[in-house]
Design a protein around this ligand. Structure first.
Ligand code: GLN
Length: 450
């Protein structure tokens, strides 16, 4: 197949399905086809992703295309440069067909915080796809593209992957460059691949991982051959089950599928033990202080001067206020206020500093478990995809949805969500958590299991 044929097929699938799914905020058929036609002339071994159509979460800069972050404040903003991940995809021959829908500035777990319209779950259009990488997960699940990139600050790749029945990997903090990713909470954000299977995930990771001098938090580590890790052999692998992750609040259907997954892995020769991650119960609370604190600072740049929307006012300060009042959605405003409060002098020690200490304790919990185990296994989320609309007015319930994914971002370690069955006809994901920079083991286990 030629790149132009692949890209045409992707565009046809998008026009046939996206009226209902709404995975995309913008589709760029002409640009994509033009690039694909150029690639037709290039030899087939030109790159790991030669001719492969992809969707990019709309918080990554793609030169010449929009980058809205799902926000009205950036509605007409056009990216001035390519994020490092986009340059890498281009070098490997991928063709970006469009920008994927998302919760505004990646704040959310259902896709319903998009400033434009919610994405629908391709498995059941009355349900959410998860979030915040809602469009990235739905586009892969609906067969619109072969892979997408998402970003994960507290679960935003893994949870939608779980709800949409696809594979989603959050790499170790620092493995993939954040240059050109619009920051939400910079010390947590990581870009990662969403794919239909583990092998594709390994290939995309290979293409995007690696040191980047444009990102000061980028790790200077050598990148292994991820495909070579997919041996199918997990004999002797030690799997830890954290007791805190198997308590109340998990749906019976989710529990059943995850327990089945554990049995399958044991059948493949892995051994299983129960462990404790005692500080994980503080993870959500710590995250919802730290992430908004970082966000309140990062989002200060959207002031009507440099990017996107400007609402004229009586003077400069009035213009800032009107622009931000009109441009940001409800949840973003909540988080900016929460973060500003947590960072205020007089409250800093009580909130921000304490939450940072909790973060360290959570990381130590993981370190301790990894002294005796290779991976940690849990559900990705406590439930399957819930109906659109039901949790809109209940932010705390929706925050609790991230209970199994958030500790991983606090610790900066990698984790993957892999489909492990259906509960009432909806996909369930199992989460595998690994040691820092040990994506190879995660991919190996996920692949053996798949
Ligand atoms: N749901 C979490 C939040 O709203 C995580 C989002 C993410 O990972 N970007 O902050």
């Amino acid at each position: 197949i030629k790149p132009s044929e692949l890209v045409s097929a992707s565009l046809e699938r998008i026009s046939a399905t996206d009226v209902k799914v709404r995975a995309f905020l913008s589709v760029h058929g002409d640009v994509a086809l033009q690039r694909a036609t150029q690639l037709d002339e290039v030899p087939v071994d030109a790159g790991l992703l030669y001719g492969i159509p992809s969707a990019i979460k709309d918080n990554m800069n793609t030169k010449g295309l929009p980058t809205t972050c799902g926000s009205k404040i950036l509605e007409n903003y056009e990216s001035a440069y390519d994020a490092t991940v986009i340059s890498k995809l281009n070098d490997h021959g991928s063709v970006v067909v469009g920008k994927a829908n998302m919760d505004e500035f990646a704040m959310g777990s259902s896709g319903e915080n998009s400033g434009f319209y919610p994405t629908h779950n391709p498995w059941d259009l009355s349900r959410v796809p998860g979030g915040s990488s809602s469009g990235s997960a739905a586009a892969v699940a609906a067969g619109q593209v072969l892979f997408s990139l998402g970003s994960d600050t507290g679960g935003s790749i893994r949870q939608p992957a779980s709800y949409c029945g696809v594979v989603g990997l959050k790499p170790t903090y620092g493995l993939v460059s954040r240059f050109g990713l619009v920051s939400y909470a910079s010390s947590f954000d990581q870009i990662g691949p969403l794919t239909q299977n583990v092998e594709d995930n390994a290939i995309v990771l290979q293409a995007i991982a690696g040191h980047d001098s444009y990102d000061s938090t980028s790790a200077n580590v050598s990148i292994p051959d991820y495909l070579a890790a997919l041996t199918g052999d997990i004999k002797g692998l030690r799997i830890a089950l954290p007791q805190e992750y198997f308590g109340e609040g998990m749906d019976a259907g989710v529990r059943e599928q995850v327990e089945k997954a554990i049995k399958t892995l044991e059948g493949l020769g892995a051994t299983v033990g129960t462990v404790s991650l005692p500080h994980s119960k503080y993870a959500v609370a710590a995250y919802y202080l730290l992430a908004p604190a970082e966000a309140s600072s990062n989002l200060a740049r959207f002031d009507g001067v440099r990017y996107g929307l400007r609402v004229e006012g009586e003077n400069l300060i009035d213009m800032y206020k009107r622009t931000r009042a009109e441009g940001f959605g409800e949840e973003v405003k909540n988080r900016i206020m929460l973060g500003t409060y947590a960072l205020s002098s007089g409250y800093y020690d009580a909130y921000y500093l304490r939450a940072q200490k909790v973060r360290t304790l959570i990381k130590q919990d993981f370190d301790q478990v990894f002294e005796n185990y290779d991976v940690i296994l849990s559900p990705t989320a406590p439930t399957t995809a819930f109906p659109l609309g039901v949790k809109n007015d209940d932010p705390v319930t929706i925050y609790l949805n991230d209970i199994y994914t958030i500790p991983v971002n606090l610790a900066g370690i990698p984790a993957i969500s892999v489909p492990c069955g259906l509960a009432d006809g909806l996909p369930v994901g199992v989460q595998l958590i690994g040691k820092a920079f040990d994506e190879s083991t995660l991919l190996r286990v996920a692949h053996a299991f798949e």
